[in-house]
Ligand binder design. Structure first.
Ligand code: DX5
Ligand code: ZN
Length: 217
């Protein structure tokens, strides 16, 4: 599992929305692998960010894969509005939908399917869905806001997922999202994660390219 490619995905939630095209182009030039887009509906989480038109605008400023994180109560209803531009679409196990059906439909639409688990949620909740997702997103902060501190207790979930992946012979990326810095990235990679979302640490860095290189390790 440590042989998996490390993917660094800056989260545009921490970018300057008024200049989002330049911001996306800047992290693309700085060596980002994917661009992470946080869609929030003010219902599943206590914040409202942006929707499909914004993500479509982002897509015009980078050739990189767009990793769309749907923090919405009805991902089954909204995901089709992103499939044209998204590489991966991640829905929450805590949302109000038929999780297996949503994951299946995301794949049928030609996107990678991701399943996200928030810190208070028992990892056992994902048991029915092994084999149905390409990405397991272990939230390392409570979703809704950037700039929060990393919760180290979430690493037990990453370790569990890496172990189950090997036992079941499955192939999926383990993504961590929230409070990822050069230091916490090392912790997450050691636990088994390979897909690193980083908002504040990349966008607020004086040298974005150096920060992305350091995150990759
Ligand atoms: C939080 C979002 C994250 C957020 C991470 O709900 O899912 O993607 O942008 O921001 P940082 O890296 O600042 O913790
Ligand atoms: Zn996110």
């Amino acid at each position: 599992m440590s042989a998996r490619k490390i993917i660094v995905a800056p989260s545009i939630l921490a970018s300057d929305f008024a200049r989002v095209g330049e911001e996306v182009a800047s992290v693309t030039a700085a060596g980002a692998d994917w661009i992470h887009c946080d869609v929030m509906d003010g219902h599943l989480v206590d914040n409202i960010s942006f929707g499909p038109a914004f993500v479509e605008a982002v897509s015009r400023h980078t050739p990189l894969p767009l990793d769309v994180h749907l923090m919405v109560t009805r991902p089954d209803h909204y995901f089709p509005r992103f499939t044209k531009v998204a590489h991966s679409l991640t829905c929450h196990v805590e949302a109000d939908h038929d999780v297996a059906d949503t994951l299946r439909r995301i794949r049928e639409a030609g996107c990678k399917a991701g399943l996200a688990v928030s810190p208070p949620t028992d990892i056992a909740r994902i048991e029915p869905y092994w084999g149905l997702f390409d990405i397991l997103l272990v939230m390392t902060v409570n979703p809704g806001f950037g700039g929060q501190p990393f919760l180290p207790e979430t690493m037990a979930k990453v370790e569990f997922a890496a172990r189950r992946r090997a036992e079941l012979g499955l192939d999926f990326d383990i993504e961590v999202d929230g409070g990822i810095t050069v230091e916490t990235a090392r912790t997450a990679i050691a636990a088994g994660a390979n897909l690193l979302v980083a908002g504040t640490s990349v966008f607020k860095a004086a040298d974005r390219a150096a920060e992305i290189a350091r995150l990759r390790g």
